[in-house]
Write a protein that binds this ligand. Structure first.
Ligand SMILES: Cc1cc2nc3c(=O)[nH]c(=O)nc-3n(C[C@H](O)[C@H](O)[C@H](O)COP(=O)(O)OP(=O)(O)OC[C@H]3O[C@@H](n4cnc5c(N)ncnc54)[C@H](O)[C@@H]3O)c2cc1C
Length: 311
């Protein structure tokens, strides 16, 4: 994980409009353009093509139509309609039925009731057609409300629904107990956002230690957890833990991001573990892309080299 200072730096430049314009112009232009390493494309057809390639390598997929922090209800409505179209396209394509989405994409900053309605407009067809729907976790001001929305939907009877918990946050241990009391499925991540010391561990060692504690509780819960990390040490610890506890390989899955540690994805599949790849796509890719750069500054030189090639 990146140290705190550079994470802050990338979160700041993620807000730069000039950079956003530059990146948008060059990032996806050609198959070799730099953003395509992490983002499958701008259209659902490109995402489906990427998903087929991932599935052909023995992995499963979840598709994420990128978008977050919409600033009007009209935009939230448009994002909802786009998501319903994604669900329809996925059904028609025959790829795995699994999507991930963010509540601020559906209007959470504007109106909670509308957000719930929008979510149900997506959940209805998704549920009818056997999809699993994962609510991504955004930064800490949204943790409580995200869990609330999730619990409301769970209370309405939706069971094809899961959440994400971040080991970086102090509150997560309690949140895990809360979510496991429902028997719901959790994706465990370290956390992609720059968070203050009042709510989150600042040292990688502490975030990792918390991850291991939460991971063990999740694996014991037998709720088909998703261990979403590219961290080889944590993955090794997960493998020894399940072997020691006699937990079968089909009782959980690893999840990784499109374009990150493809070597590790392949070796886990070869060892018989389930691996799901998170495939982001769509026009609103800039904030997602900047978070990926922030996690690994080595990626920046890769982007700069690609930019030089573009011109
Ligand atoms: C499937 C999936 C879904 C996610 N959903 C959410 C979510 O809903 N909310 C949220 O806050 N976060 C989410 N994340 C992001 C997560 O919180 C971390 O920011 C991200 O996974 C990097 O942490 P890491 O566990 O891989 O470990 P790190 O300690 O950051 O990295 C371990 C190693 O992984 C490799 N690596 C990590 N990131 C990169 C990268 N960008 N490029 C190249 N190599 C890399 C490097 O080899 C690094 O040494 C998700 C991650 C995954 C895999």
């Amino acid at each position: 994980m990146l140290d705190s200072a550079s994470k802050t730096f990338f979160h700041l430049i993620a807000r730069s409009q000039t950079l956003k314009k530059l990146a948008s112009r060059y990032g996806m232009r050609k198959p070799s353009s730099f953003a395509r390493r992490f983002i499958a494309g701008e259209t659902v057809a490109e995402a489906i093509e990427a998903a087929r390639a991932v599935e052909a390598r023995g992995m499963s997929v979840t598709l994420d139509l990128l978008g977050e922090s919409v600033t009007s209800l009209a935009k939230a409505d448009a994002a909802t309609r786009d998501y319903v179209a994604v669900v329809e396209a996925m059904i028609a394509s025959g790829i795995g039925r699994n999507i991930s989405l963010k509540l601020t994409q559906l209007g959470l900053d504007l109106d909670r009731v509308t957000t719930l309605d929008n979510f149900r407009r997506i959940l209805e067809p998704a549920t009818t057609h056997g999809f699993f729907v994962r609510i991504d976790m955004e930064n800490s001001p949204y943790t409580e409300v995200t869990l609330d929305v999730f619990e409301t939907l769970w209370g309405l009877g939706y069971r094809n629904l899961g959440v994400v918990l971040q080991s970086a946050l102090h509150r997560t241990e309690a949140d895990l107990t809360r979510v496991l009391a429902l028997g719901a499925r959790v994706r465990l991540v370290k956390g992609a956002y720059k968070e203050p010391a009042s709510v989150a561990y600042q040292r990688k060692a502490d975030v990792d230690a918390a991850y291991l504690r939460l991971m063990e509780a999740l694996l014991r819960s037998d709720t088909f957890p998703a261990l979403a990390t590219h961290d080889p040490e944590i993955i090794d610890r997960a493998k020894s833990f399940v072997a020691h506890e006699g937990i079968a390989k089909d009782r959980f899955e690893f999840q990784m991001l499109y374009g990150v540690r493809r070597d590790l994805q392949a070796s886990l599949v070869a060892e018989g573990y389930g691996v799901r790849v998170y495939i982001p796509f769509g026009g609103q890719w800039f904030p997602y892309f900047m978070r990926r750069l922030g996690e690994r500054p080595a990626n920046v030189s890769f982007v700069l080299r690609s930019l030089l090639r573009e011109n």
